[in-house]
Design a protein around this ligand. Sequence first.
Ligand code: SAH
Ligand code: AVI
Length: 317
Amino acid sequence: MAFGARVTFDRDAMLSDVRAGLAAHPRQLPSKYFYDERGSQLFDEITRLPEYYPTRAERALLQDRAATIVSTTHPATLIELGAGSTDKTRLLLDQMLKSPASNVTYIPVDVSADFLATSVAQLRGEYPTLVTSPVVADFATQFALPTHPLPSLHAFLGSTIGNFTPAAAVDLVTSVRTRMAFGDFFLLGVDLRKDPHQIERAYNDSRGITAQFNKNILNVVNNVLGADFEMSKFDHNAVYDRDQHRIEMRLISRAAQTVAIPGIGDVVFAPGDAILTELSYKYDRAIVTELLGQAGLQLSEWFTDDAESFALALANR
Ligand code: SAH
Ligand code: AVI
């Protein structure tokens, strides 16, 4: 492992992603590189911030709807993309495990290997009868699932779908559809369009945790590639684009600076130069129905909280 840090990203893949991203206009870095162990811990902290409403809204929705979702889909296996802490997942697992005869399998898929291992160790302690088979993979690529009992519920929670452009989101849901057997369902959590000020506050918290999360991507590039990004020389920036219905998160260079990235060379930044680090799209029912349809799925249930802040979409083939 390069440069001694506990990171699990493939060096060559990151080198080519970073080379392409920093040569692009605008400059960008793939959002998956936020999530080394520290990035995953920072995201977990974000989910508990007063300003970051999506996690609370989705948890409340799952508290209300998990029983209905499980009785509608009666899954033997839960496959979860981008499982993270698996905190909200427990609400689905609790329902799946309610039947005394049930033999339940859980397959969390995540790129953040160390954090996933910690989540799984905790889960195994809490759910001794659950068969937990974690998969460390980039869910945007072809990856193999361990054999599992059917039917499956394929879950993609937290509005992580929003971190993909509309075209990439269709590709991602299409790949889920191709893994779905007859009788399987897809459960998608999406953050809904709302007052832009409320959305912007969620990405500009007063404690600066989102800023640390954003800057952590530079730390990950330093650790894996041996680059010399100085986090203090970049500012966090997150703005809601009302036309495209998305948060755009950037790192803005505070000064003229040159960053050396072994294998890539020197990258020169002028004051104000930006690196786009994340998009976070916000949805409505029509857009989600269209996305599912383009991926070959149909919406079967649409659940929202009272404030219409967040939605869970249940879909089948
Ligand atoms: N589902 C959790 C976590 C959301 S954070 C929740 O709702 O709170 C996004 C999660 O997706 C992180 O755990 C991150 O490591 C993972 N992730 C992001 N991009 C990924 C990718 N391309 N492949 C696999 N996992 C990814
Ligand atoms: C994981 N993803 C859905 C989060 C989001 O809201 O787009 C990541 C995040 N970025 C800043 N805050 C949280």
